[in-house]
Design a protein around this ligand. Sequence first.
Ligand SMILES: O=C(O)CCC(=O)C(=O)O
Length: 204
Amino acid sequence: MRQLDLFAAGAAPGFDPAFRSLVRTNLAHGAWIDHVPGWVHGHDALFDELERELPWRRETMKMYDKVVEVPRLLSAVREHPLVEQMRDALSERYGERFVYMTAALYRDGNDSVAFHGDTTARDMIEALVATVSLGAPRRFMLRPTEGGEHNKIAMPLGRGDLVVMGGTCQRTWRHGIPKVASAGPRIALMFRPAWAKNYRTSLS
Ligand SMILES: O=C(O)CCC(=O)C(=O)O
């Protein structure tokens, strides 16, 4: 962790441990979303540091009979004092230890993640997933698992926003980041509890 780099890049990053601007939205079917706009301040410096320093890797996935590249870069996050402080604050607030910290880098509008419920969590009655968005905002979309085509919710997330998906959200809703014509880079910093041990981006 290169502390000096953080200060050189602009305002030193930090976050609001009191979650003062938190707004909860109850969705249908027992799902909910907590949104804390601008939870992280100095987010530009944190974005720059993580983009530069994390060991980003490419993954592939099977699509029909082809193996294609996953359209974003992925990394585990370890031994980062500020990210660990965020994890501890989230664990305390939500009463669950967020042991797995991972990151996804959406390099531009071509990078995306399809609608999904997280592996393992989508088979659980309830689960928590917290995401901090750094960099250029992207549209985070939600729709109910069943019949959600005309019932979509869009939230632009970036610049230090925190979102926590809870209740039945992984099972009864699907979430994703669609491709767009043009977008700056964005990092999603994700915090998941012990159930995520088989989640692919947690393993490296
Ligand atoms: O980029 C995001 O905010 C969502 C990422 C996500 O859903 C995932 O990696 O499972």
